[in-house]
Write a protein of this length. Structure first.
Length: 574
């Protein structure tokens, strides 16, 4: 029931922007013409006390419109520099404001109800060096917690790289630590950048001291869920990316997400967005104190604000659309000897691929490639062509065909948090039915067994997984051997509720879920946790990500090399 409430909340809040209005509702405000703005190499990164107003060299760039009595900006007065009239989190200073000596004077501040004067103004000077692009970070700095930050905003001048990586199929990333202390959850001190499973990204991005930044490191482009930890193993939350997701109520002693009400249930999961990092991209993971969190005391329904050191993902150059590269991995659902999957004659995994395991991704240039399956002796067992387009992501599954012979099935993956709900469109193109989540927990199901013609995957006690859906419940129902669902292929689980159990039933046309296959071990949510040692404050019930759960093996093994049927889990993002 809570999962359904979570999904309905997403739809209701998303509906604020998704609903379609008649053309008569739109009001356009004509703006004075402005010559095309040439960007300087200086950016203002506005992470401090919610500054909404900007003045450069005595020129106001924002509207200076105060919020209403409840703090909301319901009236928008656009300016020629800002569509909504207010300063956001990042702004590139136009070259026209940079003086001949490379300097500019900046004043930022905010507005309050009933007063037209700028509040909490902060003045500082910037300087442009065209050979060294620079970001001026205004961040909350000082002791923080329930009462917010007790210190003052501070300005840090941080150089950034805009040049792409040496290898065009890779991206560059670094860690910038502007965190302050003390922190209410002890999220302070040196910081380290890690992958979703807790693996350190690089020695270069580890143990970065406050006020310091790491060198950039290069990684293969792809979909990642980066996280940041302190030297003593505490995991920092990220600043919420999607305002429609109800994920900012946390345990104030750990920063982990909570759900429910009176009492709150601690998921022991820390919010971290999953996103694509594009080839040629340059990124900074930036840590500082942020006030966008809240907590509920025991027995209270009031969510009080709390400030943590937390992180954001910042693009240091303009991300380009990937039209050049795609990615391919292999997964082995064939019991017996290891196999080799080659693309254009090169193996996806050195030394062969063991049963139930997947290879790392190989990056391929757009065009047609040849995927081959070979046994341990090098004999070709199967071959398929694969056409790669930009941003494609595929898994080449190895499994036994209807005759028990090794075969290949190449399956397209969707690692984004975007999804589409048909049948609710208010427009011709269905654009109002498109939604997105920033921390997807979604699963595709495959029946790659040897002797079970049709199966349905369920939750605990045979509950249909459609109870948790935001895609389609049919993605887990009536799956015949080797069938790949192409339309709405995933079950999307709530990151706050997750997965408890997954079982398998032998279904049949018109029979749902069917007969429980008790010989097949059920999966627990904890089976989706890659490295339990990552969690020092208690093990969560699951980990988010993009997964495939495949039924493999034989229900009644009788041939040499067959193994008992079981479900295997392949995670597709890092």
């Amino acid at each position: 029931m809570q999962a359904v409430k979570y999904f309905l909340a997403i739809l209701l809040t998303s509906g604020l922007w998704a609903c379609k209005k008649s053309k008569s509702d739109y009001v356009f405000q004509e703006q004075p013409p402005l010559p095309p703005l040439t960007a300087s190499t200086v950016r203002l990164m506005n992470m401090g006390r919610a500054a909404t107003e900007l003045i450069i060299n005595d020129t106001p760039l924002t509207s200076f419109m105060p919020p209403n009595i409840e703090g909301y900006y319901l009236e928008s007065r656009p300016t020629i520099y800002f569509q909504n009239g207010r300063l956001g989190a990042s702004y590139t200073i136009p070259q026209r404001f940079i003086k001949a000596d490379g300097s500019a004077h900046i004043r930022i501040g905010s507005m309050i109800f009933g007063d037209k004067k700028i509040q909490y103004p902060k003045d500082f000077d910037i300087h442009e060096d065209v050979n060294n692009p620079t970001d001026f970070y205004n961040v909350l700095y000082g002791a923080h917690g329930d009462a917010g930050v007790l210190g003052d905003d501070s300005i840090f001048a941080i150089p950034r790289s805009i040049s792409p990586p040496a290898a065009p199929e890779r991206f560059k990333i670094r860690l910038l630590n502007l965190g302050s202390a003390p922190d209410v959850a002890s999220l302070q001190g040196n910081m380290t950048l890690i992958l979703a499973d807790g693996t350190k990204v690089s020695a270069a991005t580890s143990s970065i001291a406050p006020g310091k930044y790491s060198d950039y490191v290069e990684l293969p482009y792809g979909t990642y869920q980066f996280k940041v930890t302190t030297d003593d193993g505490n995991v920092l939350p990220a600043v919420k990316v999607n305002s429609d997701e109800l994920l900012s109520v946390v345990n104030k002693t750990t920063g982990t997400m909570t759900t429910g009400d009176n009492p709150m249930i601690d998921t022991r999961l820390t919010y971290a967005p999953t996103r694509a990092y594009q080839p040629g991209g340059v990124y900074t993971i930036m840590v500082c104190a942020n006030a966008g969190f809240s907590f509920k005391d025991a027995g209270s329904s009031y969510a009080a604000p709390v400030t943590f050191n937390s992180f954001r993902v910042i693009a240091d150059n303009k991300e380009a659309l990937n039209i050049t590269y795609g990615r391919l991995q292999a997964a082995n659902a064939l019991p017996g000897q290891p196999v080799t999957v080659n693309v254009d004659g090169l193996p996806l995994a050195e030394g062969g691929l063991a049963y139930s395991k997947s290879s790392a991704y190989k990056i391929l240039v757009t065009g047609t490639h040849t995927v081959t399956l070979n046994d341990a002796s090098g004999k070709k067992l199967a071959e398929q062509p694969l056409t790669i387009n930009g941003s494609d992501n595929y898994t080449a599954w190895v499994y036994p065909d209807n005759n028990g012979q090794p075969s290949l099935k190449i399956v397209a993956n969707n690692l984004s948090g975007s999804f589409y709900l048909p049948g609710n469109s208010k427009g011709d193109d269905g654009s109002n039915d498109q939604y997105s989540v920033s921390i997807p927990f979604k699963v595709r199901f495959l029946n790659l067994s040897t002797d079970i013609p049709e199966v349905t995957f369920t939750g605990a006690n045979g509950a249909l997984l459609s109870g948790y859906l935001t895609y389609s419940g049919t993605a887990s129902q009536h799956l015949s051997r080797g069938q790949v669902i192409a339309d709405q292929p995933y079950i999307l689980f709530s990151p706050l509720i997750g997965i408890n159990k997954i079982g398998v039933y032998a279904s049949a046309p018109g029979v749902l879920p069917g007969d429980w296959l008790t010989d097949i071990p059920q999966l627990n949510g904890s089976d989706f946790i890659a490295r339990p040692e990552l969690y020092k404050n208690g093990l969560p019930a699951y980990e988010t990500g993009v997964y495939t759960v495949a039924l493999t093996g034989a229900l009644h093994p009788k041939n040499p090399g067959e193994v008992p049927a079981r479900m295997i889990i392949i995670k597709h993002n890092q």
